[in-house]
Design a protein around this ligand. Structure first.
Ligand code: SF4
Ligand code: SF4
Length: 134
């Protein structure tokens, strides 16, 4: 066998070694199910049902009837699509406020309790930042 033939054979062999693994059919990767996330989501949904069941937003002067179910304090709801004017808020009288230890109101306009909490913490952190000395 000539050197040229040997070189051609070597190139073909090398090509097989490099290309064949790439042609191998890939096994589908199964994502592991995050059971904690599933339980958290179910708990959140159950809490939302409880919150909307107890919600008294419909008795509020700011309420606008547009097919919403209230429960704006819940993190899965937050701001209303149709309530835009602050005409009073009955959240402090709502049993959910006591049950869940809520601190604010006007969730339909300002966002869920969690969102307002995060905003408050951010604002407090900004106020605590030391001023730059000139
Ligand atoms: S606290 Fe306010 S938004 Fe939350 S359920 Fe009660 S009335 Fe509705
Ligand atoms: S979140 Fe407060 S202001 Fe908004 S509709 Fe409910 S009770 Fe009224």
């Amino acid at each position: 066998m000539s050197n040229k033939t040997l070189a051609v054979c070597a190139v073909i062999l090398l090509a097989f070694v490099l290309i064949l693994p790439g042609c191998k059919k890939e096994e589908p990767i199964e994502e592991p199910v995050d059971s904690t996330a599933v339980v958290d989501s179910l708990e959140m949904l159950a809490k939302l049902e409880m919150v909307q069941g107890m919600c008294i937003c419909k008795d509020c002067p700011s309420w606008v009837e547009c097919g919403e179910k209230g429960g704006y304090c819940h993190e899965m709801i937050g701001k209303s699509e149709c309530i835009t004017e602050k005409k009073g808020c009955v959240c402090p009288d709502c049993p959910v406020t006591k049950e869940m230890g809520l601190k604010y109101g006007y969730y339909c306009i300002d966002g869920s309790h969690k969102e307002i909490d995060a905003k408050m913490i951010e604002e407090a952190a900004t106020e605590d930042e030391p001023e730059e000395s000139s």
